[in-house]
Each structure stands twice: as structure tokens, then as C-alpha cells.
Design a protein around this ligand. Structure first.
Ligand code: URA
Length: 199
């Protein structure tokens, strides 16, 4: 798979969201191979991500890393990005305007990576990608055809890893949705070539 260095999809300077610009230490771009079959989309950077400049490096990142490891994967095998790239103050949800301001960064990323499956981690990315309200507890593990800035995408709804920390009952649907995502991209399509051949 290609290395991050191949990607020219990073945002280096963006001032579209005054409240986020005032609050951020840095822009947190996506990480992982630019030709990954699986792209995980989170909500936005928290404190740890803002400090370290990488998505999902705090406690939810640990949950994610553990879940990937349980499936024989690591973050070197997948792309991870957020709906917004700058930390919202006080860890509030990004506003609709902020999500829209960042939409074309996300769309450019998905266009470049062109993953087979996009996994929406939690309510904010699920609603942003599907363009409707989503009850994640009901829809986790379901796959949807969506359009992101005009391009067709297969979006799988998944519980946010943080939800498993405060509600252990969410571990099962979180894991089941990840299993589903891995099965979808691991399907060899009948040509004997698994799309996760490197794993
Ligand atoms: N939660 C998110 O949605 N994204 C991160 O990068 C970290 C936590």
C-alpha cells in the first residue's frame, strides 16, 4: 500500500471556522495508506489529537487500536480521518456550519483514497455522510449507498469507540460493525484476490 508521504490530501492552512482556528493547536489530517480499502471517519479531534496531530490517539484511539488488533489489523492498514480537522472548543460537537466548511476536505480525501467501504464512527459522521438523522444504536452494522460531494460511497454505520467506554453494552455492536466492514473489504469478489491481502 502507498505511504502517507504519497498523499497530497493534507490540509495545511484553513481559516474557514473562526471558533476552531482560535482553539486549535494544529490541523489534524487523516492518517494511513492513501489506497486503503477501508476508511474510518470520526467526528473531530479531541485534546490528545489536537496535541499530537493524529486522529484517534486518546482513549477512543486505544479502543480502536485494540479492536483492529483483535482482527489482525493495525492503523497502518486503514485510513482514518475526521469530519472536521480542528478541535472544537470544550470538545463540543462540530456545528453544522463547521461540518459544511470541512466537507470538501473530507470529499477530497475520499476521492483520493477511494475506499471500498467508509465506516462512520458514531452519530456525527453517520449523519454527515448519509445526510439524514441516524439512530446509531439501531443502525450500527448497516451499509448504505451515499453520495459525498457527488461521489458514490458505501457507508457502514458503526458505534463510536468512545461509546464502548461509558456503555459496555456498545462493545458488541461496535465489534460486529467492524467485523462487517472487514468482511466487506476482505471479500475476494471471486477473483481470489482479497482486498485485505496484506493483512
Ligand atoms: N473522536 C473522534 O471522533 N475523532 C478523533 O480523532 C478522536 C476522538
Amino acid at each position: 500500500m502507498s505511504d502517507d508521504a504519497d498523499a497530497d490530501i493534507d490540509v495545511h492552512d484553513c481559516t474557514r471556522c473562526p471558533a476552531l482556528c482560535d482553539n486549535r493547536s494544529r490541523i489534524v489530517n487523516g492518517v494511513g495508506p492513501v489506497d486503503a480499502d477501508l476508511c474510518l471517519v470520526g467526528e473531530g479531534p479531541g485534546e490528545n489529537e489536537d496535541e499530537q496531530g493524529e486522529p484517534f490517539v486518546g482513549r477512543s484511539g486505544e479502543v480502536l487500536d485494540d479492536a483492529l488488533r483483535d482482527r489482525g489489523l493495525s492503523r497502518r492498514d486503514i485510513r482514518i480521518v475526521n469530519c472536521v480537522r480542528c478541535r472544537p472548543p470544550d470538545n463540543r460537537d462540530p456545528t453544522t456550519a463547521e461540518l459544511e466548511n470541512c466537507r470538501d476536505h473530507l470529499a477530497a480525501e475520499l476521492d483520493a483514497v477511494d475506499p471500498a467501504v467508509v465506516v462512520a464512527l458514531g452519530k456525527v459522521p453517520a449523519e454527515h455522510l448519509l445526510g439524514r438523522s441516524v439512530a446509531v444504536t439501531k443502525e450500527a452494522g448497516t451499509l448504505h449507498d451515499a453520495r459525498v460531494a457527488g461521489a458514490p460511497r458505501r457507508v457502514l454505520v458503526c458505534v463510536h469507540p468512545a461509546a464502548t467506554l461509558y456503555d459496555p453494552s456498545q462493545r458488541e455492536p461496535f465489534g460486529a460493525a467492524l467485523d462487517e466492514a472487514v468482511a466487506l473489504v476482505g471479500d475476494d469478489g471471486g477473483d481470489g484476490q482479497s482486498r485485505l491481502g496484506e493483512f
